[in-house]
Design a protein around this ligand. Structure first.
Ligand code: ZN
Length: 321
C-alpha cells in the first residue's frame, strides 16, 4: 500500500468519524430539543386546558352562587310578600274593627233605655209582644212562676221573640218569700228551675218584688241582695216608674207621660211597667212610649244583658273575702 492510499484511507476514516460525531452531536442536541419543544407545546396546551376548565368551574360556581342568591332573594321576596299579606290582613281586620268601634262610640253616646215588664206572663203578654215586634224593640220580662202555670207557653214565646227573661219570684207572695233568707232562696230556685225546664234558659237577672228597697221584707234586704249576688244573679231595680200599678189605675196618657218625662234625667234608664191581666192601660200606653222615646233620636231601646249597668236602690253588702 502506498502512502497516498494510506492517507486517503485515513482521510475517509477521519471523515467517517467526523460524520459520526456530527450526527451524534445532532442527535444528542436536536432530539432533546424536539422532545422538549413537543413537551413544551403539550404542557402549554394542558395549561390552556386547565385554564379553560378552571374558568368553567368558576363560571359554574358563579352560576351556583347567583342561583343561591336568587333563591335567597326569592325566598326573601316570598317572605316579604307573606308579611305584606299578613299586614294587609291586619289592616283589613283593623278596618273591619274600626266601624265596630265607631258603632260602639255611637252607641255609647246614646242614652240606653230598658223597658221592663214585671209580674207576667198574663193575658196581656201577647199584646205587649206584638207591639214590641211592630216597633222592632226588645224588652225584658221579669216573670213569675204562678202566672206561667196559666200561660206556660208564654215563657218560650217571650224568649223566642228575642226578649230577656228575668226572675221576679215564683209565688210573688211577699209575706212568704220575704219571711226568711231560706224562703226567698227556695222561691227563686223553684222559679229558676221552672224557667230552665220550659225554655232551656238559665235566668241570671232578678227583680225583687217591690224592689231591693221594699219595706215589707222581714229579712234585711241587704242580706238578700248579697245572697243573690253569691248565687250569680244580678238584680235590677228601676229609675223610671210608669206608675201603672198605682191605685186608682192611671190612664194610658198618664203612664206615657210618666215614662217620657223621666228619660232626660238618666243616661241609663230602666223603666218599670207591668204585664198583668188588669193592666190594659199599660198596653194602650206602650206604642206612645216607644214612639216618644224613638222620636228623641238620642236613645237606644235595649233588652237587659250582661253589659247593662244595673240600677239598684240598695247596694249589696259584701263580706270581705
Ligand atoms: Zn211584682
Amino acid at each position: 500500500m502506498s502512502d497516498d492510499n494510506l492517507s486517503v484511507s485515513r482521510r475517509k476514516r477521519v471523515n467517517f468519524i467526523k460524520g459520526f460525531l456530527v450526527t451524534l452531536f445532532l442527535v444528542m442536541i436536536i432530539t432533546p430539543l424536539i422532545i422538549s419543544t413537543t413537551a413544551l407545546i403539550y404542557v402549554t396546551r394542558l395549561d390552556k386546558k386547565v385554564d379553560e376548565l378552571s374558568d368553567q368551574v368558576s363560571k359554574l360556581e358563579l352560576t351556583y352562587m347567583l342561583k343561591s342568591s336568587a333563591d335567597e332573594a326569592l325566598d326573601s321576596m316570598i317572605a316579604d310578600r307573606s308579611d305584606q299579606v299578613i299586614k294587609e290582613e291586619d289592616l283589613l281586620s283593623n278596618q273591619a274593627a274600626e266601624p265596630v268601634k265607631e258603632a260602639q262610640i255611637e252607641e255609647s253616646s246614646n242614652k240606653k233605655v230598658y223597658l221592663t215588664f214585671d209580674d207576667g206572663p198574663s193575658s196581656n203578654t201577647e199584646k205587649i209582644l206584638d207591639i214590641l215586634d211592630e216597633y222592632d224593640v226588645k224588652a225584658t220580662f221579669f216573670v213569675t212562676g204562678y202566672q206561667a202555670q196559666k200561660h206556660p207557653e208564654w215563657y218560650k214565646e217571650i224568649a223566642d221573640r228575642g226578649h230577656t227573661i228575668g226572675m221576679h219570684s215564683y209565688s210573688h207572695v211577699y209575706r212568704d218569700i220575704y219571711s226568711s233568707n231560706e224562703s226567698f232562696t227556695a222561691d227563686i230556685d223553684r222559679l229558676s228551675t221552672y224557667i230552665k225546664e220550659t225554655t232551656g234558659i238559665e235566668a241570671r237577672y232578678l227583680r225583687f218584688p217591690g224592689g231591693s228597697s221594699n219595706s215589707v221584707s222581714s229579712v234585711a234586704m241587704s242580706d238578700l241582695c248579697a245572697l243573690m249576688h253569691e248565687k250569680g244573679y244580678e238584680y235590677f231595680d228601676w229609675n223610671i216608674s210608669s206608675q201603672d200599678a198605682t191605685s186608682p189605675a192611671p190612664s194610658a196618657a198618664t203612664i206615657t207621660a210618666n215614662v217620657l218625662s223621666g228619660i232626660d234625667a238618666h243616661e241609663t234608664a230602666i223603666v218599670l211597667m207591668h204585664d198583668a191581666a188588669e193592666k190594659n192601660a199599660t198596653v194602650a200606653a206602650l206604642p206612645g212610649i216607644i214612639e216618644g222615646i224613638k222620636a228623641r233620636g238620642d236613645c237606644d231601646i235595649l233588652p237587659i244583658d250582661d253589659d247593662t249597668q244595673p240600677v239598684q236602690h240598695l247596694s249589696p253588702v259584701f263580706e270581705e273575702e
